[in-house]
Design a binder for this molecule. Structure first.
Ligand code: CP
Ligand code: NVA
Length: 309
């Protein structure tokens, strides 16, 4: 059966550890696994804009010897009503893995169910699991480890905060989502995160209080209006303004704490320019890590790390 990556619940903590270890080696030595997936093709089906995810997956494919085929939903028949079930069956007969960026998590689940190749979630409204792998790699690089560390996500709960909550138990990291009640996380997804945290012995909290940032090792924020929420931007700006990550908020964190953002960022909204362009910011390392974690993920899902020591 194909190995999918629709959410972080699809990977064990051992698999995440292996992907991160290989990603670290790939970052140090770009010749490692060069052309390891030669002759294979990577389908990339996007319904939303992307800079990092699109380019990092295309470059990842090139380094591994795969041929990437970028498709937008509006350019293929699915955009004219061909069912995702049929699209999945057809694409499975041509390409060896499919990277999908779309709105509904249900769509990506259908593509995975009806196809026979690994499907990778490159962002849905519910989750952004590829981003969380790169985020943890940045924690490891700059804090030595994610294990035992406390991450405070501040702003509007969304796909990115959901994936941070999901990755926490897999890597031994505590996560607090600091958000106004109006823009809290998805209850059903969070229940799965709470269950995973309780089994792993880590902590996940949701708080409306900025004091929840006190002592955090990393502060993370993301846009207040995600793709698809543009109509709500003015109201979100009004409600979320007190949650801007600025120097006063960063002053509440542990010594040596880092600032993370998945990007794109809007200076003066979710983060001040002084923080994102300041000494604690690691956002461009984080973005760079997308390439290395995605190469490792492709190797893992296509079975190349099964005998990895
Ligand atoms: N962080 C991220 O996923 O960026 P893109 O939307 O540019 O892919
Ligand atoms: N939450 C943002 C992330 C962009 C990478 C969005 O979905 O638009």
């Amino acid at each position: 059966m194909a190995r999918h990556f629709l959410t972080l619940f699809d990977l064990s903590s051992e698999q995440v550890a292996r992907v991160l270890e290989v990603a670290g080696k790939l970052k140090r030595d770009r010749s490692l696994f060069r052309n390891a997936l030669a002759g294979k093709c990577l389908g990339m089906l996007f319904s939303k804009s992307s800079t990092r995810t699109r380019v990092s997956f295309e470059v990842a494919a090139a380094h591994l010897g795969m041929h990437p085929i970028f498709l937008t939903t509006s350019q293929i028949q699915m955009g004219r009503g061909e069912p995702p079930e049929d699209t999945a069956r057809v694409l499975s007969s041509y390409v060896d893995a499919l990277v999908v960026r779309t709105y509904a998590q249900a769509e990506i689940e259908t593509l995975a169910e009806f196809g026979s190749i690994p499907v990778i979630n490159a962002l849905t409204d519910l989750a952004h699991p590829c981003q969380a792998l790169a985020d943890v790699q940045a924690m490891i690089e700059h804090l030595g480890s994610a294990r035992g560390k406390r991450m405070a996500y501040v702003g509007a709960a969304n796909n990115v905060s959901n994936s941070l909550c999901a990755v926490g138990p897999l890597v031994g990291m505590d996560v607090v989502v600091v958000c106004p009640p109006e823009y809290g996380p998805d209850d059903a997804f969070m229940q799965r995160c709470y269950d995973a945290a309780s089994a792993a012995g880590t902590c996940i909290e949701v708080s409306a209080e900025l004091s929840a940032v006190d002592g955090a090792d990393a502060v993370y924020t993301d846009v207040w209006a995600s793709m698809g929420q543009e109509d709500e931007a003015a109201e979100r700006l009004r409600v979320l303004s007190p949650y801007q990550v600025d120097e006063a908020l960063m002053a509440r964190t542990a010594e040596g704490a880092i600032f993370l953002h998945c990007l794109p960022a809007y200076r003066g909204k979710e983060v001040s320019a002084a923080v994102i362009d300041g000494p604690s910011s690691r956002v461009f390392d984080q973005a760079a890590n997308r390439l290395h974690t995605e190469k490792a993920l492709l190797l893992e899902l296509l079975g190349k790390l099964d005998n990895w020591e």
